[in-house]
Design a binder for this molecule. Structure first.
Ligand code: NDP
Ligand code: MG
Length: 385
């Protein structure tokens, strides 16, 4: 049976790779709806290749432009909607079975929760929504029967490593998250780094925000938090190791000492396809790994003395409650300012750490507390430049 898919963040790096996989299996998938942020031209391109019934643009001021552009290319029959609420409404549309959530940043919180509440099969790339409201999200997922499949390569790997493990085996396991180390691996002085240097990732081709996060190791800090919630593992049982080859996507060490690793070519098509076809496996779209060419796999410790974002995320987890949400909001604002050349690379870590240190953050929270905390963290950054 064909699955009806909605792709949020369809114009981005993950969205495009998803469309690529989907287009190779027309008998399995049809694209029901797509959503983008504010760029009209790439969204029209997506519509031309995916032919969805609906297209949403989060920036409502672009609706007319999008409608006109779609008419010009003969796609005037696509229903066009605008605004952030319309993105969330797509996530719980009864005409869709699968939601691929690939919006970047905390803007993804509302659509992630909408898809979770609706009990969809949710293919989640937007790690920021897990970081901001992890406890609440996992509660929602349990209550609605939503099937959450991680797309983030490390979490997709861990998901594969844990397949078949009993509750008890899972509870006693340690998670080992691998990190490429980014473009500044091995450096102990991060002064003077430019946005162009920071977005030039040696192994992965990704959106600009996550590329900067990878360079600062904020991405790995966010992923520790993401793993904590997705797999219900205490953060003390999650380790980070630097693995420059990016071939081992992550590992699980069981209490008998056995380690399961998921290994493969570093290409996001792979985890996306696995999540799309789970529990089946279909022929891959990426080249198979050549072990003879690979020869060695190397590992190293992660330097959180130099990469303060990673240290700040660890502190945020210890604080609990909305600590991770504040770290995430501060990081998003700081990365935006860094990409606009308004602050230095080292300021990102300084600001994220400062926001985490500024409050105790503990305790229960609601979804509106998440939005408020995100807003306050961004304000904190702007006030402490
Ligand atoms: P991109 O920047 O390439 O794409 C982001 C997408 O989100 C675009 O479609 C963009 O639209 C859309 N968008 C931006 N703002 C909004 C908004 N306010 N409301 C709705 N949509 C919005 O990011 P990536 O594809 O790299 O990353 C997407 C998510 O996946 C992130 O959370 C990232 O951490 C995660 N991820 C990415 C990986 C990767 O390899 N790229 C790997 C693992 C996880 P527009 O084009 O109009 O701006
Ligand atoms: Mg990742």
């Amino acid at each position: 049976m064909t699955q009806s898919i909605t792709i949020l963040g369809a114009t981005g790096s993950i969205g495009r790779s998803t469309l690529d996989v989907v287009s190779r299996y027309p008998e399995r998938f049809s694209v029901h709806a797509v959503a983008g942020g504010s760029r009209v031209e790439p969204l029209v391109d997506v519509c031309l290749s995916a032919r969805p019934k609906r297209a949403v643009i989060a920036d409502a001021s672009k609706v007319v432009e999008l409608e006109q552009a779609l008419c010009t290319v003969g796609l005037g029959d696509i229903e066009v909607l605008g605004g952030p609420e319309a993105v969330s409404r797509l996530a719980d549309d009864p005409d869709t079975d699968v939601v691929v959530q690939a919006v970047v940043g905390a803007a993804g919180v509302a659509p992630t929760f909408a898809a979770a509440r609706a009990g969809k099969r949710l293919l989640l790339a937007n790690k920021e929504s897990v970081v901001c409201g992890g406890r609440l999200l996992m509660e929602t997922v349990r209550n609605s029967g939503c099937e959450l499949l991680p797309v983030d390569s490390e979490h997709n790997a861990i998901f594969q490593c844990l397949a078949g493990a009993t509750e008890k085996a899972r509870a006693g396991a340690r998670i080992v998250l691998t990190a490429s180390g980014g473009p500044f691996r091995g450096r102990t002085n991060l002064e003077g780094i430019t946005p162009e240097q920071a977005v030039a990732h040696p192994k992965w081709s990704m959106g600009r925000k996550i590329s900067v996060d990878s360079a600062s190791l904020m991405n790995k800090g966010l992923e520790v938090i993401e793993a904590r919630w997705l797999f219900g593992v205490d953060a003390g049982r999650i380790d980070v190791v630097i693995h420059p080859g990016s071939v081992v996507h992550s590992m699980v060490q069981f209490r008998d000492g056995a380690v399961k690793a998921q290994i493969g070519t570093p290409d996001m098509h792979l985890p996306i396809q696995y999540a799309l076809t789970y529990p089946k496996r279909v022929p891959g779209v990426v080249p198979e790994l050549d072990f003879a060419a690979l020869k060695v796999l190397t590992f190293d410790v992660a330097d959180d003395e130099t990469f303060r974002c990673l240290a700040a995320c660890k502190k945020a987890i210890k604080k609990g409650g909305l600590g991770p949400c504040a770290a995430n909001g501060a990081n998003e604002e700081a990365v935006k300012l860094f990409l606009e050349d308004k602050i230095g690379f080292l300021d990102i870590g300084r600001l994220v750490e400062a926001v985490v240190d500024s409050d105790s953050f503990g305790g229960e929270y609601t979804l509106s507390d998440v939005y408020e905390c995100d807003r306050m963290a961004r304000e904190f950054v702007r006030a402490h430049l």
